[in-house]
Structures are given as C-alpha cells and as structure tokens.
Write a protein that binds this ligand. Sequence first.
Ligand code: SF4
Ligand code: SF4
Ligand code: SF4
Length: 220
Amino acid sequence: MDSSEDNAAARETLAQAIDRRLPQTQCELCGHRGCLAYARAIAAGREEINRCPPGGAVTTDALARLLGRATPQPAAPPPPLQVARIREADCIGCALCIKACPVDCIVGAAKLMHSVIADECSGCELCLPACPTDCIEMTPRAAPQKQEQDAREAPSIWREFTQPQVEKWRLRAAQKRAREFSARRERATRGASQTGRRELRREILAAVRRKQAGAACRRA
Ligand code: SF4
Ligand code: SF4
Ligand code: SF4
C-alpha cells in the first residue's frame, strides 16, 4: 500500500469508529445521506461533530472524546421520538415509501396497502415527502424503559434507543446501500451493452454500405 492508500484506510477506520457513536436513525438531519456519510465527512475534516440532533449531547461528547477535542453544544435540539403510521384507507400502494425508507421497515406490494413495522421504524420522517397521498403520519413513541436498557448486556449510550435497534438500523442501511449500488451498476452495464450493440450495428451498416458502393463502382 502506498501512503495515499494508508491515509484512505486510516480515514475509513476512523469513520467506522465515528459511525459507532451515531444513533443510526439515518434521518439526514445532519445534512448528509445517512450516518456513515456524516461519519466519513467528519473523518475527512469536512464536518463539525455537533450536527447529529438525534444523537444529542451524548453523541457530541462521545465524538469529542474520540477525537480529543473540546465538546461543543449540539447544533440543534433532538427531534421528538416518533414512529410512522400509514392510514391504510388512503394508501394507493405506489411503494414510493418503501424506496424512501432508509431502514427497510415498510412492507407491502405494488397496488396493495402498505404498513410500517412500528418496532423497526427509526422515526426519520423520510417517507413523508415521498407519499403522494399524504397518508403517512408520525405518532409519538415512548423511550425504552430504563430497566430495559439496564437489563441488556450491552446497553446503548443513548437513553432514547436500545443497542439492538441501533445495530439493526445500521445493518439495514448498509444492506440498502449495497442493493442500490448493485442496481446502479446493473443499469450502467445494461446501458453500456446497449451502447455497444448500437455501435456494432452502426459499424455493420457502414461496412455493408461500403461494400455496396464498391460493387456499384465496379459495375460502372
Ligand atoms: S442519526 Fe441522522 S443526523 Fe445523526 S448522523 Fe445519522 S443521519 Fe445524521
Ligand atoms: S417508516 Fe418512515 S419514518 Fe419510519 S424509518 Fe421508514 S422512512 Fe423513517
Ligand atoms: S407512499 Fe403513501 S400511498 Fe404510496 S404505498 Fe406508501 S403509504 Fe401508500
């Protein structure tokens, strides 16, 4: 590995450590497309450490300790704890909310009613603008009971989220990114092979025309 690869590897290791201190709601309130994107921006020195409202003072403090910095005030107050709910009577089954949900907690099939798996919803609100019939609403969610957090072998650093929730959201977001990446690659490959076929067809037609022109010259 040369030094630029070393630097990139060290930066990615740091980004992963930062990501472990983010609550993984994937809400994009930090201005980045998910927690890992924000973690990478901090690791690259392009972003402040107090931009994650759901993580609040706990996250800001954990990041300050990790990076050996003073702890700034969180830039914005934490959003309310909430969970999405679909008004089934108004749902037209367009599936746009499934596409928008970063943690894959909406189920349903095209043209059929959709619903949210409430226990798995991070409350990020990203499905709201995606819904053409405005039939998704946010409802309050209670924070996990203190006893529930204390009873776990690895309690989370946040009072609002349990560690299994955080891990599930991280995993689901990574799986979704991987699926979107494969879909993009497949589209690009399909596009390239269509372009290749078009070019081949053009070359064959040009060769046929050259041959026809040669034959016409010989006849003249
Ligand atoms: S929880 Fe939301 S605001 Fe915090 S890092 Fe993740 S996406 Fe950004
Ligand atoms: S259902 Fe909506 S609010 Fe809940 S995680 Fe998915 S996109 Fe976010
Ligand atoms: S986006 Fe709205 S209308 Fe479309 S499937 Fe989801 S809840 Fe139903």
